[in-house]
Each structure stands twice: as structure tokens, then as C-alpha cells.
Write a protein that binds this ligand. Structure first.
Ligand SMILES: [Zn+2]
Ligand SMILES: [Zn+2]
Length: 142
């Protein structure tokens, strides 16, 4: 049986925002796919080729969220925007599968679409969220 996918923006479908453990979608904020689409379009302009954004973590149920922090050996942050449908972790790929590195210039550009930005040490992915105050932080060992 073919599953019907619900399209939220030209390049984003509802299931991409689902929790990775239970496939539930929790309180997804409608601005999230729209901003992700805008960021995707902007990245394409910067690179001059199409850059796809893979959502590596979207909305989360409480159980999965707690498991992520347990795996890191860290205290759970319960005010996370992932629990409120306002955050995604993203990876950018060109269509040959090359993963982009989020340098400072790209991160500055991403701030036009997302006020909350979490930067891992590897710079191979980015946390972005819809908080209304410009906030940046780092994930030292990721
Ligand atoms: Zn879940
Ligand atoms: Zn995140």
C-alpha cells in the first residue's frame, strides 16, 4: 500500500518532522517547514547548486527526548523546542551526497530564518529553532 505523504512546503513533508522513535508528530509549528524551505532556497543561492536539507531530528516525544540526553550522559533539558514542535536538527547535502560544513558565514545567514541556533563541534549539522530572541550555543563534543 502506498502511503500518502502530507506536503508542508515544496521540499518538506510532514513525516520528516516526526519523532524518530515513534513516528509521532508533536505540536508542529507551521512556521517550521516554511522557514526550512526559505533556508534551503538561500543555501542553494549561496552554493549555486541545489542543497537539500535532511531533518535528522524533528519533533520528539518525551521518551525519545529523554533517551537522547541519557545517551549523552547529560541532564535532560525539558524546555527544548524539539518538544514544542519548534526545532529541527538539519544536515545540508548537495545532490551527490556531499555534506556541507556550517561555517560562520552560513550560520550568520541562517539567523535570518531562525533565531535559535545550536552549533556542534563538527559543524556537520545544525540545530535551528523558532525562539524569538537571538540565541547561539555550542555542543562541544558533537
Ligand atoms: Zn517518539
Ligand atoms: Zn536540536
Amino acid at each position: 500500500m502506498n502511503k500518502i505523504r502530507v506536503q508542508l512546503a515544496p521540499h518538506f513533508y510532514l513525516d520528516e518532522f516526526a519523532c524518530k522513535c515513534c513516528r509521532g508528530v508533536f505540536n508542529l509549528d507551521g512556521r517550521l517547514p516554511k522557514r526550512a524551505e526559505e533556508l534551503r532556497a538561500w543555501l542553494g543561492k549561496v552554493y549555486g547548486v541545489e542543497i537539500a536539507l535532511e531533518i535528522t531530528s524533528g519533533t520528539r516525544c518525551a521518551k525519545h527526548h529523554a533517551a537522547i540526553y541519557a545517551a549523552k550522559g547529560q541532564e535532560v533539558i525539558w524546555q527544548s523546542r524539539h518538544l514544542r514542535g519548534e526545532a529541527i536538527d538539519i544536515k545540508g547535502h548537495d545532490l551527490r551526497g556531499y555534506t556541507i560544513t556550517w561555517g560562520d558565514d552560513l550560520i550568520d545567514g541562517a539567523r535570518a530564518f531562525f533565531m535559535g541556533i545550536g552549533i556542534p563541534e563538527s559543524r556537520k549539522w545544525l540545530h535551528v529553532d523558532l525562539r524569538d530572541r537571538r540565541t547561539t550555543w555550542h555542543y562541544p563534543n558533537e
